[in-house]
Design a protein around this ligand. Structure first.
Ligand SMILES: [Zn+2]
Length: 429
């Protein structure tokens, strides 16, 4: 009979190890810089920790998996060779449901805005650990390692198999590491994506549709005999003004799930970047003749991508009808990022109810069950491999921004919740 209280007590004892292992991982840059990524050294570091506790990690280059190269989710803007995954299987005694804990080793590059701290030099201050990737999501990888360590050191055994995976290429919608794990034969009855969630349960996440729009007019050289009236600023201004209309189109006819009722705008249209022209001492003064606009539309679970695609195409065509002087033909657009589908697990699914009960037992408060605004690898499990997957992880802040940090207490609490949940889901032997 496994004594849960003894397992939970061991987590507290391992707190210095949380700081040590997480700090080691933060010190190793594991940047995802498409088309390449540098996950290997981080995976080797984590694999070494797993070996020390008697696990046999499966460390492999996902480029070796032939089926990945021709998979329908293959993203051609990302290389898969030289990208490394790490998997650890802790075999159960039999007779229980199996579980995957999924996390990613890659991080985004440090923000272009300055950090107050060195992003690769972990700093512990006021219960937080600062560093690049600390929150998204090396703390979660450390949490899964600590979970394995508690199991190994206590001799406790689950009935179902537990698969721990630290994948590559999650950022920038790569998804290749998570797909490779399935193609390598790692399947289970359920999965948790341990992305940070402040111990809330995200049973759904939005999708992402990323058109890159090009506004262009014939390049105009400086000609002193002719009056020049640049059109690009007016085209850009009109394009931005018309976005309100696109948001209204998106809002109409959308059924907002209860998990997103707390949001004022569940289907926003965001402009992430606008690029145009040249200006400086080393380049001649030119009149901007084109502008590139990076658009991010959030899509809701249950909303077919086809619908969003058609709404956007109609809106672009409408620009030309409404403003033929500025847009004699509809502006061109293309897709260089992967379009991400939304996904969900119903809130009454046993994966959600079992996890919610475990978290409530541990923390004393019923966890919020919400929809995440952003996507992650969860959709690959739910939509492509038939493995129900929800998102659950620690608390922190500043992901993809300067001075990223994770709250260390929440990582400890996350490990305790995982122990309780795995016991309920897989069963104790
Ligand atoms: Zn992440």
């Amino acid at each position: 009979m496994t004594e849960i209280s003894q397992l939970l007590a061991r987590v507290d004892v391992l707190r210095p190890e949380l700081i040590r292992v997480l700090s080691d991982l933060v010190r190793i840059p594991t940047l995802n810089t498409p088309p390449r990524g540098a996950e290997k050294m981080g995976q080797e570091r984590l694999a070494a920790e797993f070996r020390k506790i008697g696990c046999e990690p499966d460390l492999y280059d996902i480029g070796q998996i032939r089926a990945l190269h021709v998979h329908p989710l293959r993203h051609l803007m990302h290389d898969v060779e030289g990208r490394w995954n790490l998997a650890v299987r802790i075999s159960g005694a039999g007779g229980g449901r199996s579980l995957i804990l999924n996390g990613h080793m890659d991080t985004v590059p440090p923000s272009e805005f300055p950090w107050k701290r060195n992003p690769l030099q972990p700093a512990v201050e006021d219960g937080r650990l600062y560093g690049l990737g600390a929150y998204d999501m090396k703390a979660s990888l450390t949490a899964m390692y600590l979970f394995a360590r508690v199991l190994r050191e206590s001799g406790a055994r689950l009935r179902g198999d537990l698969i721990l995976e630290s994948v590559c290429d999650e950022e920038d919608a790569g998804v290749h590491g998570t797909i490779a794990q399935r193609l390598r034969g790692y399947h289970a009855d359920a999965a948790l994506a341990l992305e940070p969630s402040a111990l809330s349960i995200f049973n759904m996440h939005k999708g992402a549709y990323f058109p890159e729009v090009h506004l262009e007019e014939p390049a105009a050289g400086i000609n002193l005999n002719k009056e020049l009236i640049p059109q690009i600023p007016r085209m850009l201004g009109t394009f931005l003004m018309e976005l309100d209309h696109l948001e209204k189109i998106r809002e109409s006819g959308v059924k907002t799930p209860p998990e997103y009722q707390h949001q004022k705008k569940p289907t926003p249209v965001w402009i992430c970047r606008i690029v145009s022209g040249l200006w400086g001492k080393s380049v001649p003064i030119v009149i901007a003749s084109r502008v590139q606009i990076f658009v991010y539309l959030q899509t809701l679970p249950g909303e077919p991508l086809e619908l969003v695609r058609n709404q956007f195409a109609d809106w672009i065509a409408g620009l030309s009808r409404k403003h033929p002087d500025l847009f004699p033909k509809p502006p061109a657009y293309e897709f260089t990022l992967r379009q991400m589908d939304p996904s969900f697990v119903p809130s009454d699914h046993s994966l959600v109810t079992t996890l919610a009960r475990a978290v409530e037992t541990q923390t004393g408060a019923r966890p919020k069950i919400l929809g995440s605004p952003a996507p992650c690898d969860m959709f690959a499990f739910n939509n492509h491999f038939g493995i129900p997957c929800v998102w659950f992880g620690p608390d922190g802040g500043n992901a993809h921004a300067p001075d990223e940090y994770v709250e260390l207490d929440s990582v400890v609490e996350c490990v305790r919740c995982l122990i309780r949940f795995a016991g309920d889901w897989c069963g104790w032997a």
